[in-house]
Design a protein around this ligand. Structure first.
Ligand SMILES: [Zn+2]
Length: 81
């Protein structure tokens, strides 16, 4: 699976990556929405490098655990955890 194909599973818009806030606004995908106890809504975004990185980790974990790997589900996995 190449990088472009992986990235095509996500919707991209300008935002700040949760791992790289110093980089400022870059192309990001929403990977998680948090609802803090004190109200409000916090959107967690990741840049393309981070999404590729997280997909690689999911793929490795799936291979180790004997699960099937499907790209484009970084957000779903995070929500479950
Ligand atoms: Zn990043």
């Amino acid at each position: 699976m190449d990088r472009e194909e992986l990235l095509s599973h996500y919707e991209w818009s300008a935002g700040v990556c949760f791992r790289h806030p110093a980089a400022g606004e870059v192309a990001t995908a929403v990977i998680k929405i948090l609802y803090p106890k004190d109200g409000g809504r916090e959107v967690v975004r990741a840049c393309q490098d981070c999404v590729i990185d997280m997909e690689a980790q999911r793929r490795d974990a799936a291979l180790e655990g004997g699960f099937s790997y499907r790209p484009g589900r970084v957000g779903q996995d995070l929500r479950r955890g």
